[in-house]
Design a binder for this molecule. Structure first.
Ligand SMILES: Nc1ncnc2c1ncn2[C@@H]1O[C@H](COP(=O)(O)OS(=O)(=O)O)[C@@H](OP(=O)(O)O)[C@H]1O
Length: 821
């Protein structure tokens, strides 16, 4: 690939195109003392100061129960690339005035289990880019969202260029037309041919030459594409491998890039002497390393966590080292730890507070300046799974951020995430693969050669390439002995700055955490999991805490379908224990909705009574879970085995009942507008009216919501109840439900229920009917509203029929009547 070659050469750069990153390593400057930041949300209102905690609270409230996120692809492509949609925003305002998330990337694959596809998936997950895979031999999935002319995907990827080129012409023109219409890009990957060969594609005016050796090439500096790679870099030598592909074309639209995925070393640093150093020299060497790194990242400092209780505790050499580090202390940044390296989950509030305070006292005695806003705990204890007493003390002592690699689990780095709990920002940590016992080159799996591969283009380099925010935490033993950590960080930073455009920054931890959550707003709210479902979490979960005080089944709604009657009837069963009432939401806990969800797992568990019999089953009912976008995902994360109960009532009737309930509660909109005015309110209506309209109508779009539940839970875990049957034949419904939830004994409800003629519903013989606001008498729906809603819900009901057919479920009686015509 010669620069002046008359032949236009297009090469596809995959690993580089999508990557852009800023390294953030934490630094003390600007933090102390009393750090607060100025946020000016609205210039018109004049500047005002928000403390970090207020800022966090604000950010948290921004992320309600809608998934609001910017399209992350926007970050990775140059703004100069042609095409304006759909990059930039992941949402389109739909006609029904609720936001529809734009699905991001569609990956067409030949083999969904191939290593390439898994690497691609990891890459996309790392960038928080949503993606779907689709087998090329199957039908193309819908590319446009139903009823709205909006593309679902921002990018199509083919795992093999050849399979794209040899697509069935009808299929390919469908894809090409879609891409042209919505300016959606295609990324196709070529594979090694194994031998030298040429392939010509006349319709694309392109020729592929494979199995080539490359010499003296340059990244084309005129291409807008490059975000990461140094465009001015020239490679004089023959590149490693003889299996390069070049694209030759005479067509003016093709522009040459460059391609490289080499795993081999591009740059070797000098071999370091490998003599066993004395401990005392370690800190001096760290200081030297810090100084070297500061030539690349001006504010960089190593952060050192300390446990005062361990001071002067080791061998003579270690004691000397302890003294030396305290002497050099002012050159590093110190952060707090537990005094004797204790684990907070095994302590009560008083003892953990005492331990942390003792450590602070130690620092004061030794003149160490400690950053108060950032702290970590031994073995991640208390951070995740959350131990509230740790967060209590952190809130009190103004800790604002921490880091862990335990959330959501100790997963590979592409799947690690952050969250904010009670205002404390928890940022994911990366791994450099130097663990406590990796203290000599020979301890590193594969030895020094493998460590070099990781640094010079392999694992560690790729972490830098693909992770915008990084915190690495290694042990002192990795800096001592063979100085592995010093070697790794010195070299990887040098390599990154030599060969990429990444601008490396060192920021104070709070500032970094804040930027993290500005970039990944969708991570602000944690997704809670059950600590007992995962060994590494169980190890840091107090013995005294239960993992079983959780519901076995949940009635999720929707509202106004008979959920209260069902709840009352089930509460009469001696082996079924409903949740305890909540002072705000009464019989509904509504945990999975954002506001309560932020209270955490303890809060949820505290809302359940302690079973007095081993066969007793816990359950809850919150009728607004059904149509809440985040609930199925959250519920599945915490309770993957939970059984879901859904009632389906004719949606127009449900909407009408909802309106009457609003009237009953003297809602001003319901009092000032007729039912018809609300349901038929156009999009041009004032927001308050549209909001009420949506709350009235949205839950009745059963197919939309049910398919979301089915994305998470297998159909066997979902019981659909026809509300009409609950009204007319509750005994049978309750028998089926008891079987479904596996409760023993199955009781015969005909002995405890009776039909009440005045009420017009079944009631409990012993405690009577539901209160007067359930099963009300009101005028029948007016014919105009009825006809409006019949047509409004028509397509939704037909979709429900299709969905129920697909899962082999019989139709509720009211749905049978809806005909396709
Ligand atoms: N046994 C019994 N007693 C009283 N009411 C009954 C009963 N079975 C079903 N229904 C129907 O339940 C409707 C109220 O639904 P929900 O309990 O789900 O409402 S809520 O979402 O909890 O507010 C309620 O709606 P309204 O008639 O509009 O009040 C009833 O239609």
């Amino acid at each position: 690939v010669k620069r002046c070659s008359p032949v236009k050469v297009l090469t596809i750069a995959f690993s580089v195109i999508l990557t852009w990153a800023v390294l953030v390593l934490i630094d003390i400057s600007g933090i102390m003392p009393g750090h607060s930041s100025v946020v000016n949300p609205n210039d018109d209102e004049g500047a005002f100061v928000l403390t970090e905690r207020e800022w966090i609270a604000n950010e948290q409230s921004l992320v309600g129960d809608y998934l609001v996120q910017d399209n992350p692809l926007g970050t990775y492509f140059s703004d100069k690339l042609p095409g304006n949609a759909p990059l930039g925003s992941s949402f389109y305002a739909s006609k029904v005035d609720h936001r529809i998330p734009l699905k991001m990337v569609l990956v067409f694959v030949e083999d969904s289990k191939s290593a390439l596809v898994s690497e691609l998936g990891q890459f996309l997950a790392l960038q928080r880019i949503e993606y779907r895979t689709s087998l090329l031999r199957e039908d193309i999935p819908a590319l446009v969202l139903t009823d709205i002319d909006v593309p679902r995907y921002a990018l199509l990827v083919f795992d093999d260029y050849l399979s794209y080129m040899s697509l069935d012409p009808a299929k390919r023109s469908l894809i090409d037309d879609y891409c042209k219409k919505y300016s959606v890009g295609i990324l196709a990957i070529t594979h090694s041919a194994g031998a030298s060969r040429t392939k010509t594609f006349t319709d694309h005016k392109i020729k592929l030459q494979q199995g080539m050796r490359l010499k003296s090439f340059i990244f084309n500096p005129e291409i807008d594409f490059w975000r990461v790679v140094r465009a001015e870099a020239t490679f004089e030598d023959i590149l490693p491998s003889s299996d390069w592909t070049i694209f030759i074309t005479e067509h003016a639209t093709y522009k040459p890039l460059v391609f490289s995925t080499t795993q081999n070393s591009w740059l070797r640093s000098d071999e370091k002497e490998n003599n066993a150093p004395k401990v005392i020299a370690v800190y001096d060497e760290m200081l030297n390393s810090q100084n070297r790194i500061r030539t690349l990242i001006p504010n960089f400092r190593y952060f050192l966590g300390f446990s005062g209780g361990m001071y002067m505790n080791g061998t003579e050499a270690e004691k000397a080292g302890d003294k030396r580090i305290v002497e050099l202390g002012k050159d590093f940044v110190w952060f707090n730890h537990m005094f004797r390296h204790e684990q907070p989950h095994a302590m009560n509030y008083t003892s953990l507070k005492a331990s942390i305070q003792k450590n602070v006292q130690f620092a004061a005695t030794h003149g160490m300046e400690v950053i108060r806003e950032y702290m970590v705990t031994p073995h991640h204890s208390g951070i995740y799974p959350v131990i509230e007493s740790l967060y209590d003390y952190w809130t009190e002592s103004k800790v604002l951020c921490t880091s862990t690699d335990m959330y959501p689990r100790n997963l590979p780095q592409w799947a690690r995430r952050g969250f904010i709990h009670r205002g404390i920002m928890v940022v994911p940590r990366q791994t450099c693969r130097l663990f406590t016992r990796t203290i000599k080159y020979e301890n590193y799996p594969g030895g020094k050669a493998e460590l070099d591969r990781s640094i010079f283009g392999g694992y560690l380099f790729k972490v830098f390439l693909t992770t915008p925010f990084m915190i690495f935490m290694t042990h002192m033993s990795n800096y001592a002995n063979d100085r592995l950590a010093i070697y790794a960080f010195d070299n990887v930073l040098q390599f990154v700055s030599n060969w990429t455009n990444l601008r490396l920054l060192a920021l104070p931890p709070v500032e970094m955490a804040r930027r993290y959550f500005q970039m990944y707003t969708q991570e602000i709210n944690a997704v809670w999991t059950n600590p007992c479902d995962y060994d590494k979490h169980r190890e840091i979960w107090p013995m005294s805490k239960s993992c079983t005080k959780l519901p076995s089944f949940i009635i999720v709604g929707p509202q106004k379908t008979g959920t209260t009657a069902l709840l009352r009837f089930l509460q009469a069963h001696p082996m079924l224990l409903g949740s305890k009432p909540d002072p705000v939401h009464f019989e509904e806990i509504q945990f999975f909705l954002t506001k309560n969800y932020q209270n955490g797992l303890d809060w949820y568990q505290d809302h359940f009574p302690k079973p007095s019999h081993p066969r007793q089953i816990l359950f809850e009912k919150s009728a607004n879970y059904f149509d809440n976008e985040l609930t199925p995902k959250r519920m599945y994360a915490l309770l993957p085995q939970v059984k879901i109960v859904i009632l389906l009532c004719e949606p127009a009737k449900r909407a009408y009942s909802w309106y009457h309930n609003m009237l009953f509660h003297n809602d001003t909109v319901a009092m000032n507008y007729t039912f018809f005015e609300i349901v038929s309110a156009p999009d041009s209506s004032p927001k308050f009216l549209k909001d009420v309209r949506n709350r009235c109508l949205r839950p009745g779009m059963y197919a939309v919501h049910l398919s979301r539940w089915l994305q998470y839970f297998p159909k066997e875990q979902i019981l659909l109840i026809d509300s009409d049957r609950l009204d007319n034949d509750p005994v049978t419904v309750l028998r089926d439900l008891q079987m479904f939830v596996d409760v023993e004994p199955v009781i015969d409800y005909s002995t405890i229920l009776e039909f009440n003629v005045d009420k017009g519903y079944f009631c409990l013989k012993e405690s009577g009917c539901l209160s007067s606001n359930k099963g009300r008498k009101y005028a029948p729906m007016d014919p105009v509203s009825r006809s409006f809603l019949t047509s409004y819900y028509r397509d939704h009901n037909l979709n429900l029929k299709t969905l129920l057919n697909n899962i082999g479920h019989p139709f509720p009686t009211w749905l049978e009547k809806i005909e396709e015509s």
